[in-house]
Design a protein around this ligand. Structure first.
Ligand SMILES: [Zn+2]
Length: 84
């Protein structure tokens, strides 16, 4: 279950922080837009966002749905569009 209630706060002034959790060490933390990367592929299966866990340094990759893509791009996350 996504915490969609946080979506409205993205427009607030100041640096945008995204809540994330690491599947490897189960740490929870907030990441700035510069710590995230969004990759948009030709289909939902190849659309994901990734970040490096600040706790255990794992490279984490998670699928990004339409709403997450909107949130991340709106928050200034670097976006890579794959041409397939
Ligand atoms: Zn971790």
């Amino acid at each position: 279950m996504l915490m969609t209630s946080a979506a409205g706060s993205v427009r607030a002034a100041g640096p945008v922080l995204f809540k994330a959790a690491c599947p490897a060490c189960r740490a929870r933390f907030e990441l700035s837009a510069g710590s995230l990367r969004l990759v948009i592929g030709a289909s939902a299966r190849t659309t994901f966002y990734s970040f490096t866990c600040p706790e255990c340094a794992s490279a984490v990759r998670k699928p990004a749905g339409e709403r997450i893509v909107e949130l991340l791009t709106g928050g200034g996350v670097r976006t890579l569009r794959l041409h397939t």
